[in-house]
Design a protein around this ligand. Structure first.
Ligand SMILES: Nc1nc2c(ncn2[C@@H]2O[C@H](COP(=O)(O)OP(=O)(O)OP(=O)(O)O)[C@@H](O)[C@H]2O)c(=O)[nH]1
Ligand SMILES: [Mg+2]
Length: 429
């Protein structure tokens, strides 16, 4: 089975908690704080890997989980970082989160952090100050990023082979490259894309062979047009037509119509036409067929080839190579003007320190709900119940101006403040 989309649950590791500990040494009565920081949680990292061409593994691995960081400990020992999880994906894998592209792995060996592990919490050693000699406070580790990722594979090749079933696409690939696709004298032999590398003039071309298209493919006829996603990102299309076809102009138009129904982009793609299987045909018939297709294909170059007798193969590969080089040069020019794909992750987004206070009045009385990315992050790292930890959160609220706003809205010392799932009182009670 060939799989080119998958959904997978990603969870990066939680950061380790910071420790509360005091130095204990002989002759030292009251040692200073020496609780170490927690280790960073492991990341989930995708690695683009050549040679893979399906996402099927993800159907069996629906959850990808990196390890949490270890907690800090006494004697200023930091917790060990959680191991990151490295996952191989095919080159051409696009990763989305809530419909938004967060990564596009286009180069063999490229590594992208898909989900960031949480930072470790500070230990009490990190809270020591001139006024606070014996802090009994430590931070909890931050949670790692957790979300459902949508994966889509769009193979990246230089050339995409398109045409009717039985046109000779796979045979061509098998003759000019290292690929060994299935070949047979019936339609829909190819059921999954094949990739092959062809050598030409001391360079190489990566060529993708996909299942044949028929009229109505864009409405799901035959194998439909789903496989066209694998030629969407190829630089050049090689449109292959069996030279024995009766109405060759019509055959050409049908495939072009299906390409355009799938995506207008594909109609603009540089194209080369190859009439195939000319080994058994007289030269004047071949010429007649060439003329017939030229009448409808405009300036598109037309070649006549035979994979069996190796006729015209070098010429068509050379023409493909030139078009690929031209289109890549053009793409680079365009890319320079474009910004990189926007990626979202905790590390890259600056955490907003804006906040909001809501006064809630219900049958249980009045309480105040504080929301805001930064203050909620601090709250998540707070060990509720410990008065020092809560006091630190109160300090942070004060610094951000939240304390003032709470007072303004009528909060008193014993008013209940809620941040996230936690509640505490405005002042220590
Ligand atoms: N005589 C001759 N037969 C060929 C040539 N190329 C392909 N064929 C035959 O045409 C038939 C179809 O070839 P395939 O390569 O499987 O065609 P395809 O376009 O990949 O077909 P699908 O995978 O179904 O889309 C096979 O029987 C091949 O042997 C050629 O150059 N000359
Ligand atoms: Mg085939």
């Amino acid at each position: 089975m060939f799989v080119d989309t998958a959904k997978v649950f990603i969870s990066a590791g939680k950061g380790g908690d910071g420790a509360v500990s005091f130095r204990r040494e002989i002759y030292i009565l009251k040692g200073g704080p020496d609780g170490g920081v927690g280790g960073k949680g492991g990341d989930v990292v995708f690695v683009a890997t050549g040679g893979l061409n399906t996402l099927i593994d993800f159907r069996y691995k629906p959850e990808l989980k990196a390890k949490p960081g270890n907690n800090g400990s006494s004697a200023d020992k930091s917790g060990r970082g959680g191991e990151s999880l490295y996952i191989k994906v095919p080159v051409g894998t696009i990763v989305r989160r809530d419909g938004k592209v967060i990564a596009d792995l286009t180069v063999d060996g490229q590594e992208v952090i898909i989900a960031k592990g949480g930072e470790g919490g500070k230990g009490n050693a990190g809270f020591k100050s001139s006024v606070r000699q014996t802090p009994r406070i430590a931070e909890k580790g931050e949670l790692g990023e957790v979300f459902e990722a949508e994966l889509e594979l769009k193979l990246l090749a230089d050339v995409g082979l398109v045409g009717f079933p039985n046109a000779g696409k796979s045979t061509f690939l098998s003759v000019i490259s290292n690929a060994r696709p299935e070949i047979a004298d019936y339609a829909f032999t190819t059921l999954t894309p094949n990739l092959g590398v062809a050598d030409i003039d001391s360079s190489s071309l990566l060529i993708a062979d996909i299942p044949g298209l028929i009229e109505g493919a864009s409405e799901g006829k035959g194998l439909g047009d789903a496989f066209l996603r694998h030629v969407e990102r190829t630089a050049v299309l090689l449109h292959m037509i069996d030279a024995y076809t009766d109405d060759i102009a019509d055959a050409y138009r049908i495939i072009r119509a299906e390409l355009s129904n799938y995506s207008l982009d594909l109609t603009d793609r540089p194209e080369i036409i190859a009439l195939t299987k000319i080994d058994g045909l007289d030269a004047d018939i071949v010429q007649m067929q060439i003329d017939a297709v030229k009448a409808v294909s405009g300036k598109t170059p037309v070649f006549a080839i035979s994979s069996s007798s190796h006729q015209g193969l070098t010429e068509v590969l050379r023409a493909l190579r030139e078009k690929v080089i031209k289109s890549r040069e053009l793409a680079e020019l365009v890319d320079d003007d474009e910004e990189d794909i926007e990626t979202i992750s905790l590390s890259k987004t600056k955490i907003a320190d804006t906040w909001k206070v809501d006064r809630i009045e219900d049958e249980e009385g009045i309480h105040f709900v504080v929301t805001g990315e930064k203050i909620e992050k601090f709250a998540r790292q707070t060990q509720f119940g410990g008065y020092e930890a809560e006091n630190r959160l109160r300090d942070i609220m004060k610094k951000l101006g939240i304390g003032h706003e709470l007072r303004r809205r009528g909060a008193e010392g014993n008013s209940i403040i809620q941040i996230g799932d936690n509640t505490f009182t405005l002042l220590e009670q």
